[in-house]
Ligand binder design. Structure first.
Ligand SMILES: *Cc1c(COP(=O)(O)O)cnc(C)c1O
Length: 378
């Protein structure tokens, strides 16, 4: 059969400004890194770069964990890697659900044969630490605590340090989703005592999508090694992946690493280290304050209370009288500006304006406020 469509040719994407819940704007330096020549995934030069990625990732995560590397798949695969390795059939797991991604954690626990103990909070609120404390008191046999640090579906940040402390007091390991927090707000793996964490390349790291930085503590590795049953996923089995990412000098083939996307991640992490983590956090905070002033100047109201608000994900109620879908379509069509729609329980009710990574800059804020003013006729 021949392709009977002469209109299909090379794809040239439109130039957009990305201010949604990810992906964020990718700097040219990262796109340049990605187009460098592809080499073999066992090439010594490539392996040297892998070692540098691990060093840079430990900095981003503020951890000494030797087992810190990028999973060759998006954030959802990082999530799955944590659950399939750390949750054995029959393990009791406290899962905190205060938005879409907590709900996905719960789904992972169930599919791993875990016994979930759900701690629910209203969408837009952080996880209530005292509820988790009660869940531990009611279930002394809990093995794992899982929570989302930065709920991208609502814009709420939870108190990871207090939650991890509770888990340690009760002998449980912690799984933390920091897909949206890494590089945007402090993620202090060692100081907080987090055992397993996963993130995504395309949010505050401003890399192209498709990679998931993960890190595992010695406690987490001990739990994986003590499993009585094999990990049900072959691709995500830590024991096997380690042969490639961890076995210096004698790496073996597990899967073909995504070579060029890893060049991009390396560059994104170099950019982060050049700016400095503290400076990146401060920039997200400052840009959030500016965006907030502009949005509130248009009488827009934030979904999340100030103390738990994520600077990199601004959820505001869709203004009274505005047509959610039509307004967003206009932003995209007329201004080439992408902002996020509401998800799940907040679908049609909120806009999620991302200030992630490279997108968190003054010119984007000015542009976004101007565009919103125009579509709302303010
Ligand atoms: C984006 C996101 C994910 C999923 O990452 P993908 O790269 O889309 O698979 C998971 N958790 C949170 C909190 C996210 O924001």
């Amino acid at each position: 059969m021949l392709i009977n469509n002469p209109a299909i040719n090379s794809f040239i994407p439109p130039q957009r400004t990305l201010m949604g819940p990810g992906p964020s704007d990718v700097p040219q330096r990262i796109l340049d890194a990605m187009q460098r020549p592809t080499i073999g995934h066992l090439d010594p030069a490539f392996q040297e770069m892998m070692e540098e990625i691990k060093v840079l990732m430990r900095y981003a995560y503020q951890t000494e964990n030797p087992l810190t590397f990028p999973v060759s798949a998006p954030g959802s695969a990082g999530m799955e890697m944590c659950f399939v390795n750390l949750v054995e059939p029959g393990d009791k797991v406290i899962v905190c659900v205060n938005g879409v991604f907590g709900g996905r954690m719960l789904e992972n626990v169930k599919r791993c044969g875990g016994v979930p103990v759900v701690v629910e909070d209203e969408w837009g609120k952080p996880v209530t630490v005292t509820k988790v404390e009660q869940a531990f008191a009611d279930n002394p046999d809990v093995k794992v605590l899982a929570f989302v640090h930065a709920e991208t579906s609502t814009g709420a940040q939870s108190d990871a340090a207090s939650l991890a402390k509770l888990a340690h007091q009760h002998g449980a390991v912690t799984i933390m989703d920091c897909v949206t927090s890494l590089g945007g707000t402090p993620v202090l793996i060692d100081e907080w005592g987090i055992d397993a964490a996963y993130s995504g390349s395309q949010k505050c790291l401003s890399c192209t999508p498709g990679l998931s930085p993960v890190t595992f503590s010695e406690r987490a590795i001990a739990k994986v090694k003590a499993r009585k049953t094999p990990v049900q996923s072959w691709f995500l089995d830590l024991n096997l992946v380690l042969g490639y990412w961890q076995a210096e000098g004698k790496r073996t083939y597990h899967h073909t690493a995504p070579i060029n996307p890893l060049y991009a991640l390396h560059e994104a992490l170099v950019i982060l280290s050049e700016e400095g983590l503290e400076n990146a956090w401060a920039r997200h905070r400052t840009m959030h304050e500016k965006l907030k002033a502009g949005l509130e100047g248009m009488d827009m109201k934030f979904v999340v209370e100030e103390s738990a608000r994520l600077p990199q994900l601004n959820s505001v109620w869709v203004p009274e009288g505005a047509d959610d879908a039509a307004a967003r379509a206009k932003l995209l069509g007329e201004f080439n500006l992408e902002i996020g729609a509401g998800l799940g329980a907040l679908a049609g009710k909120v806009w999620r304006i991302g200030l992630m990574g490279h997108s968190a800059k003054q010119e984007n804020i000015d542009f976004c406020l101007k565009a919103i003013r125009s579509v709302l006729h303010k």
